[in-house]
Write a protein that binds this ligand. Structure first.
Ligand code: PXP
Length: 248
């Protein structure tokens, strides 16, 4: 198993800041290119139904500009499937979406919806786009993702990151670690993301089956103080350190 852990940088909140005033600044395409230059292995964007940050034109422009893979997060709707087929990103990550939420609050409910999701998402796979499902780290969701034909599962790390008590954090980490082993065993690539910071990334990075982490909000916040390039290289440093410690 290759030991390299990819870092996908989510640039949604560059668009959040731009949209706060309208106009073109700061530009998500410039942020994507800067992230690429700073060592990001991929760029992640989420085109929400309400277009609160990334807009259709941003998605097209970012995909055109970068030389690294685009991970396109989207809700499981026909509108988004049609858009993704014309965008042709490297991967589509299917996320649950509620209009009233501030951020993606939990994993996608795949179990119980396998037939509907398979029918809706099959055209993405037929178009050569890798299919990723953003789910909770639980056995029944992983098995359901397998049935839907997911190439990738991305585990929601929000509960792990938000856990205040040591015991709860250890419990959440054990849940994700166990889920990663099962997904890998079923031939599904393992990713994770949501809420990761310099403090929380190490334990997740150390999970041997982990292939990619997608990180946005914390990096954009850190970038205000240190610049995006430094924020990305610092995150990379914590990921690599945890990985090599786990491997030694
Ligand atoms: N992965 C997915 C599927 C997400 O929806 C998000 C949040 O947009 C992230 C990763 C990144 O989370 P954060 O912005 O908290 O790093």
């Amino acid at each position: 198993m290759s030991n390299y852990l990819r870092l996908g940088v989510n640039i949604d909140h560059v668009a959040t800041l731009r949209n706060a005033r309208g106009g073109a600044h700061p530009d998500p395409v410039s942020a994507a290119l800067l992230a690429q230059q700073a060592g990001a292995d991929g760029i992640t964007i989420h085109l929400r139904e309400d277009r609160r940050h990334i807009k259709d034109a941003d998605a097209l422009a970012v995909n055109e500009a970068i030389d690294i893979p685009l991970n396109f997060e989207m809700a499981a709707t026909q509108e988004m499937v049609n858009f993704a087929k014309s965008l042709q990103p490297h991967a589509c990550c299917i996320v649950p979406e509620k209009r009233e939420e501030v951020t993606t609050e939990g994993g996608l409910a795949v179990a119980g919806h396998e037939a509907k999701l398979s029918a809706l998402l099959a055209p993405l796979k037929e178009a050569g786009i890798r299919l990723s499902l953003f789910i909770e780290a639980s056995e029944h969701e992983i098995r359901a993702a397998k049935e839907v034909g997911a190439d990738i599962v991305e585990f929601h790390t929000g509960r792990y990151c938000d856990a205040e008590a040591q015991e709860e954090r250890a419990h959440e980490l054990a849940r994700i670690t166990k889920a990663a082993a099962l997904a890998h065993e079923l031939g599904i690539e393992v990713h994770a993301g949501h809420g990761l910071t310099y403090d929380t990334v190490g334990a997740i990075a150390a999970i041997p089956e982990m292939k990619e982490l997608n990180i946005g909000h914390f990096l954009m916040g850190a970038a205000l103080f240190t610049g995006l390039g430094e924020a990305i290289s610092t995150m990379r440093h914590y990921m690599d350190a945890a990985r090599s410690q786990a491997g030694s």
